[in-house]
Ligand binder design. Structure first.
Ligand SMILES: *Cc1c(COP(=O)(O)O)cnc(C)c1O
Length: 436
């Protein structure tokens, strides 16, 4: 199958090119030409399948002939090594825990699938692929852990000195092997600018095969559709209207949900839940998409003022506002409401939410009241509360248990290289240290 650009200014490409290139040259986003439906038999047996078997069926339907079937199975088995667990707060309200992966956030699904898919595509080229990634925290940890030990690929993570949390820093500076961490004496924007300059530098381009692992890569989106099916498989009463509540920033997660719906998953509506960066809730109300500078909140992984996947959503609905409004409802909340939700959920259900999941919880409670009929609401819990330890402990006024695997990261020795923000220094480092 071919992948076209949402801007339609470049020819469609194969999955291999879409994944290695990341972005089409017209600055659109890659999209699959067709999204096929899964057969009825798949849905009839869904509760009997293992997560990996189910994910394979979905991936095979989405990707088809672009990856050899046995290889695709291998990629799935390397990606789906942890569960997406559905926990019920009450008969109507469910939490889909997407944080059981190596870095305790849902981005692990996308990063691991992309890493193994890229490795497959470069395997026969005889080349070594170098991933350059700038991070303000979470993307770096998911990408570094996703690519850890993956053959034919090395990763260089650039992060701003003193501006990521200790837990985040530990998750990409303690790995070793094919992962190198560069601490840049500058801001996140400086890191991003270094990566951009490297992609435009002719010496680097001539000498090395470099790529990015950015969040809009189509290989990160595809595996995010798997857990919508997994959630459905775990529901006791599958006949009730089904609502997915998605705490959103760049809207990759929600876009993957639309893929799942197009493949036949019976989703009544998506509830788009945001913090004060409410570009999409505003769009759903007014029909105007107006990006704004982002504002800082305690659910900071959703502090996005220009949600990049909006282009994909508009494309999936052929720019039909009424159709989008039929499938989607938007809610937004401020930090005080978010903290109150964390306290409320702990008190009512003895369940600890992270600040992102708490926004989903609020949106579900509001929608549930308006809908006022029996339904299933599935709130995507996008990160483990211990990842946002300070806010969660302050809000709940109690200690939060840190999972043993997260503590392990904290105890490992840090390996990082401090560089100034000068491009010449960064370029020298790459020219002298990357291996072909
Ligand atoms: C990335 C992230 C989000 C936002 O996901 P999008 O796909 O960008 O909408 C929400 N919560 C957490 C914890 C995240 O890391």
């Amino acid at each position: 199958m071919n992948y076209y650009s949402t801007k339609h200014q470049t020819p469609a490409v194969s999955l291999k090119e879409a994944v290695i290139q990341g972005l089409p040259s017209d600055n659109g986003l890659f999209m699959p030409e067709h999204i096929k439906s899964l057969p009825k038999s798949f849905f009839n047996n869904i509760s009997e399948l293992s997560f990996a078997d189910m994910a394979f069926e979905v991936a095979n339907t989405l990707i088809g002939e672009d990856i050899d079937t046995h290889k695709l199975r291998e990629i799935i088995d390397k990606t789906i090594t942890f569960e997406a667990e559905l926990k019920s707060l009450d008969p109507q309200s469910h939490v889909l825990e997407l944080f059981h992966g190596p870095t305790f956030a849902f981005k692990d699904f996308g990063a691991r699938f992309m890493a193994n898919t890229m490795s497959y595509f470069v395997e026969n080229s005889g080349k070594q692929l170098h991933i350059l990634v700038a991070t303000s925290g979470d993307t770096g940890s998911a990408v570094a852990n996703g690519f850890l030990g993956v053959p034919n690929i090395s990763v260089t993570v650039l992060y701003p000195k003193g501006k990521v949390s200790l837990i985040q820093e530990k998750q990409f500076t303690t790995l070793g092997q094919n992962i190198t961490a560069l601490e840049i004496d500058g801001t996140f924007d400086d890191c991003q600018s270094l990566v951009k300059q490297a992609f435009m530098d002719s010496d680097i381009q001539k000498t090395f095969f470099v790529s990015s692992a950015n969040s809009i890569n189509i290989a990160r989106l595809i595996p995010q559709s798997f857990y919508y099916f997994r959630a459905y498989a775990q529901l006791k009463n599958k006949d009730l209207p089904l609502f997915f509540v998605i705490p959103s920033g760049n809207f990759g997660n929600l876009t993957a949900g639309i893929f799942a719906k197009k493949m036949g998953l019976p989703i009544s509506k998506f509830i788009a839940a945001t913090n004060l960066n409410k570009i999409i809730p505003d769009f759903l109300k007014t029909g105007n998409f107006e990006p704004k500078p982002s504002v800082q909140t305690i659910s900071n992984a959703m502090d996005v003022g220009n949600p990049s996947n909006f282009a994909r959503i508009a494309d999936l609905y052929a720019n039909d506002l009424a159709a989008i409004q039929t499938d989607m409802k938007g809610y937004f909340y401020d930090d005080q409401q978010t903290q109150n939700a964390m306290i409320d959920c702990k008190k009512r259900y003895d369940y600890i939410l992270d600040p992102h999941g708490a926004i989903g919880y609020l949106a579900w409670k509001d929608f549930e009241k308006e809908f006022a009929k029996p339904a299933n609401g599935i709130i995507l819990e996008t990160a483990h509360p211990a990842k946002f330890l300070e806010v969660v402990e302050q809000t709940l006024n109690e200690k939060v248990e840190i999972p043993a695997r997260l503590l392990e990261f904290m105890e490992k020795p840090t390996k990082k290289i401090l560089l100034s923000k000068e491009f010449a220094v960064f370029k020298d480092f790459l020219m002298n240290n990357l291996k072909n």
